[in-house]
Structures are given as C-alpha cells and as structure tokens.
Design a protein around this ligand. Structure first.
Ligand code: UDX
Length: 438
C-alpha cells in the first residue's frame, strides 16, 4: 500500500520505518528539515534500539522516503497523523496546535476513498472535529482513530508485533471500507494473531488515555504503598511481589521508586482531567489528581532521603553523583524525567551535582544546562559524598559496589528505583537507602 506518515517524531519515525518493513511504500513528512535530512539518510534522530537498522534498510531499499513537502503525501491509500500533543504551557490541557496544523496541511492532498488515521493521543472528541473538516473537502475519504501504544525502548517490537490494534471508525459502509484498508496495512500483525478491536471513534480516543491512566494509577498505587512502608517499617518490593502474585493484580508495572515521567503518562493524565472538566465529568477522573500528586511527592522524598543519608553533613556543598538522566532506561528521552528533576532540585539546594547517563546526556544538557555532567560512572562518582541511582539502566543495576567503593569520598548510595541488591551493597561497606524500604 501507499502510506504517508505526517509528523516524524518519536511515534511517526518508528511508525514510518515499521510500515515500510511491513512491505508498504511509505513517505514520512515533517516540518523539521534537520530531522528529515537525518531520517532520509537512514539515521535515527533519537535513541531507540532496533530503529537505526530498520530505517537504514527501508531507506536503502527505496520503500521509505522523507520530505518536508506535504504534497508528497498525495495519492496515499492511508495517511497516519503522528504529531505530538504536549501539555499546554498555560493549563493541563493538550496542545492541539500540531494536530490542527498537520491535518490542515494534509487536507488538500487527501485522495477520494482514502483513509486518514489519527495515531496521536488526543482529547476525546478531536476525531469528530477532524472528520467534519475532512467531509467538507473530500467526502469519500474516511477519518479514523487508530491509537498507538508503543513504549519507548520497545517501540519497534510494539509496532511490528503489537498487543492489540484498535480502529475507531464511523458507522456504515465508509467505516467498513476503512476497516478493510487498515486490515491491509496491518496484514502481517493480524496474520500473527494480533487481536483487533473495531469500535467507534470516541471509544478509540478514550482507549489510549484510559490505558495510560491505568498504568499511571498502578505506579502511583505502589508508590503510595511505598509511603506507608516508609513510615510503618515495611518493604514495598516484597509487598509488590506478594500482591503481584495475585493474577488479577499482576507484578508488571508495580515497581516502586521515583515514579513515572516521559512524554506520555504525565501529560496524558493531565489532559484527561482537563478534557473531563470540559465535558462536566471531572469527578470521574478526579482520582488522577491524586495519582499525579503521589508521583510528584516521590521526587521530594528522594531529596529528603539524600539529606538523610548524608548523616548530618549539610546538603549545601555536598557532592552528589546522579546516575541516570533519561526518564527510563533504554531511552535518551528526558521529557519530564524524574531523575533530572531530582538532580535539579538538589542543585537548587546548593548541592554539587554531577549527572551521568549512557544515552541521554546531550538531551539533558539542553534541558538542564546549569547541571554538571560526566561521561562515565567512574567520573561521576569520583570523590562524591553520595551516589543516587535514579534511572535503572542495566549497567547501573549491575554495578560492582566493591569497585566503586574506592572512588567515592563516602560510600553512601540511595536507590531511587529499587534496582540494586541492598545486601550486596551493604556487604561491600555501603550505607544503602531506598524509597519504600528500610
Ligand atoms: C507509555 C505507555 O507504556 C505506552 O503504552 C504509551 O504508548 C506511551 O506511554 P513510555 O512513556 O515509553 O510508554 O514508558 P513506560 O515504560 O510506560 O514507563 C513510563 C514511566 O513509568 C517511566 O518513567 C518508568 O520509569 C515508570 N515506571 C514504569 C515505574 O515507575 N514503575 C513501573 O513499574 C513501570
């Protein structure tokens, strides 16, 4: 099939590369000329395991091109809208500027009978507005919502072999034809047995925010239990193991620690609250305010734990190594990164903070230019009064406490992700502290 992907950020670049890998002819469109140049040369503009190989192969094979000219989307059987919907600067609501701009630019190039599929996470009701605008210009084209559930770090796998496909389509024959088009696009995952749910557009829009709200709630639930373990003398990791063995609960997404960040979960739950308020249904999701608060409280608690581990030495002037800047491992994304936020909070209280990360240093420097950075763990921990593990990269989980012991000024470690083996660190002579345990 001929496919266009409008917006080649995280979601779009991965989607374009994966659609080409599934055998389609794909053109990716983006307003950022630098990004387009990178992608057209087969280079991934961000760190995502597996993506560079896919991009290089599809570009070299001639099935994937990138351009800043949206006219190149003309003639496609299916167009995918993949632009970002960040939080607005002045409220919790989603900023739909990019959706409106991309859709407006695409409209004159939509051919009769084709499908325009929204993949961005949007407030419920957005698709209805876009569908009306499309009907005015090209009544035989169909607007559908086809939310994306990819996780950073697993984006290629999540796109090529998704858990499920959700199509939000209008009723009648237009909807049936759109389903046939999408089935052709996703023929391979469907042949692998991927469940596919056909629903209406508002439900499809809601599925995405409901899924992310549930995940955020699960994380904040276990972090609320961590708060209780801290005051009652419990251990949240054992508590998570114990409740997670109940199949109805499940152990995944029950890792207590510094909480969630990134470009999706935080802004999606806020945008959901804002949209619910517009629909006069705010009580239905008012619990998300608490989910957000629990999440943000963990960051201040991490600062308190750091003060505590210093054992009387003032935080001001203390040398602190922060291991991790990305919002999670296997990503170079620092959007709403809890790790970087804690580093900045400590620095604001006059600690001398040095941050390291295997992949996210360039992005971290742009976001928090006043922090000090080091290329390696050894450099970061050299002569420090405390080491904080704030993103659970595998190389940090596997650190040898014995080797680091000789590099620091004082062997104190705070495990912000419950990622280290407390016994191993204590046996090596370290003072070990963690969120949600003693
Ligand atoms: C998320 C959703 O998982 C994905 O389906 C959606 O499409 C986009 O948003 P992503 O933001 O890439 O994906 O990361 P995810 O793996 O969900 O982690 C989100 C945050 O939660 C990270 O900061 C992570 O460190 C944190 N987290 C995750 C926890 O604190 N504890 C956990 O148990 C799991």
């Amino acid at each position: 099939m001929r496919i266009s992907v409008v917006g080649c950020g995280y979601l779009g670049a991965v989607h374009a590369a994966c659609m080409a890998t599934l055998g389609h002819d794909v053109v990716g469109v983006d307003v950022d000329a630098g990004r387009v140049a990178d992608l057209a040369a087969g280079r991934a503009p961000f760190y995502e395991p597996g993506l560079p190989e896919l991009l290089a192969e599809a570009v070299a094979g001639g099935h994937l091109t990138f351009t800043t000219d949206v006219a190149a989307a003309a003639g496609a059987d299916a167009h995918f809208l993949c632009v970002g919907t960040p939080q607005r600067a002045d409220s919790y609501a989603a900023d739909l500027t990019y959706v409106d701009a991309a859709f407006g630019a695409l409209l004159p190039h939509v051919r009769p009978g084709s499908v325009v599929a929204g993949k961005s996470t949007v407030p419920v009701g957005t698709a209805a507005g876009l569908a009306a605008a499309l009907a005015d210009v090209e009544p035989s084209a169909t607007l559908v919502w086809n939310p994306e559930f990819l996780r950073e770090g697993f984006a290629v796998k999540d796109t090529l072999h998704p858990d499920r496909l959700v199509y939000g389509v209008p009723g009648g024959t237009a909807g049936q034809r759109a389903v046939e088009t999408l089935d052709e696009v996703y023929a391979r995952p469907i042949a692998e047995g991927t469940p596919r749910l056909v629903t209406d557009r508002p439900t499809a829009e809601l599925v995405k925010v409901a899924a992310n709200s549930f995940l955020a709630t699960k994380i904040s639930f276990i972090n609320a239990m961590a708060e209780l373990c801290e005051v009652a003398g419990g251990d949240v990791t054992q508590l998570a193991d114990a409740i997670g063995l109940d199949e109805r609960i499940g152990r995944r997404f029950l890792n207590a620690g510094l909480g969630f960040g990134g470009g999706c979960l935080p802004k999606d739950i806020r945008a959901f609250m804002a949209r619910a308020e517009e629909l006069h249904a705010d009580p239905a999701v008012s619990f998300l305010r608490e989910v957000d608060s629990i999440n943000l409280r963990r960051r201040e608690r991490m600062v308190d734990l750091t003060v505590g581990v210093l054992d009387g030495r003032p935080l001001a002037g203390a040398r602190i190594a922060v291991l991790g800047a990305a919002f999670k491992p296997d990503s170079d994304d620092v959007r709403d990164s809890p790790a970087l936020d804690v580093a900045a909070r400590l620095q604001a209280r006059s600690a001398r903070v040095v941050v390291t990360d295997p992949q996210a240093l360039a992005n971290a420097r742009l976001k928090e230019p006043h922090l000090q950075y080091a290329a390696t763990v050894e450099e970061a921990v050299d002569g420090v009064d405390a080491v904080l593990v704030l993103t659970e990269w595998r190389e940090y989980r596997e650190l040898d406490p014995g080797k680091l012991f000789g590099l620091v000024a004082a062997p104190r470690v705070v495990d912000g992700r419950n990622a280290l083996d407390p016994q191993a660190w204590r046996d090596a002579g370290w003072t070990y502290r963690a969120l949600g345990r003693q």
